[in-house]
Design a protein around this ligand. Structure first.
Ligand code: SF4
Ligand code: SF4
Length: 170
C-alpha cells in the first residue's frame, strides 16, 4: 500500500487521518467546550483506564508483550486500520492522541507502534478481541469480569462517537 502520495484517497487511512485533522482544526475547540462531548470524553477516559487496569491485573498486558517480543506474533495485522473512520480518529485527537503520518511496521496495522497500539480510543473490533492464548491464560471468572469492563469501554466509545458525529454533521 502506498501512503506517501500528495493527495491521499479519502478511503485510505492517510485520507481518513487528514479528514480527522481537518475536523479537529475546524471543530476541535467547540467540541471540547460542548458539555455533552466534554462529559462523554471524561467518562470515556475513565472507562479506558479501568479496562487497561483490568488487562494489566489479569496478565494480558504481559502476555501480549511476550507474544510481541518473543514469538513475533501480534494480532494487529495490516488492514485492520481500514475499520477506522475519521470520526473515531477525531475522538482520538480530542483526547490528545497524535496520529502518526506513516505506518511504523510494514506488515502490521498502521497504528501498531513499538510498544503496542498508539491509539487511545480503539475500534470495537480491537476492544473485543481475545485470542485463544489469552482465553486459555485467564481464569473464567476473571474473563467474565474483564468482558464486563470491556463492555463499558465499548459503550463509552460508541456514545462519544455518536455525539461527536452528530456535532460535526450539524
Ligand atoms: S492478543 Fe493474543 S495474539 Fe494478540 S498480541 Fe496478545 S497474546 Fe498475541
Ligand atoms: S489494537 Fe491498535 S494496533 Fe492493534 S489492530 Fe487495533 S488499532 Fe491496530
Amino acid at each position: 500500500m502506498t501512503e506517501s502520495t500528495a493527495t491521499p484517497s479519502a478511503h485510505s487511512i492517510a485520507g481518513k487521518i487528514t479528514a480527522a485533522r481537518e475536523l479537529f482544526a475546524s471543530h476541535g475547540e467547540r467540541l471540547l467546550r460542548d458539555k455533552a462531548v466534554a462529559a462523554g470524553l471524561v467518562g470515556l477516559e475513565a472507562a479506558i483506564a479501568e479496562c487497561r487496569r483490568a488487562m494489566f491485573d489479569s496478565g494480558i498486558v504481559a502476555a501480549c508483550r511476550e507474544c510481541e517480543e518473543e514469538e513475533g506474533g501480534s494480532c494487529c495485522g495490516a488492514g485492520i486500520e481500514n475499520r477506522y473512520g475519521p470520526t473515531l480518529l477525531l475522538v482520538n485527537l480530542l483526547l490528545g492522541c497524535s496520529l502518526s503520518s506513516k505506518r511504523m511496521s510494514p506488515n502490521s496495522c498502521y497504528f501498531l507502534g513499538e510498544t503496542g497500539c498508539v491509539l487511545k480510543v480503539r475500534h470495537i473490533l480491537c476492544l473485543n478481541y481475545l485470542c485463544r492464548k489469552i482465553r486459555d491464560l485467564v481464569a473464567h471468572e476473571d474473563l467474565v469480569a474483564l468482558q464486563t469492563v470491556m463492555g463499558r469501554e465499548m459503550d463509552a466509545v460508541f456514545a462519544v462517537h455518536e455525539t461527536v458525529r452528530a456535532f460535526v454533521s450539524r
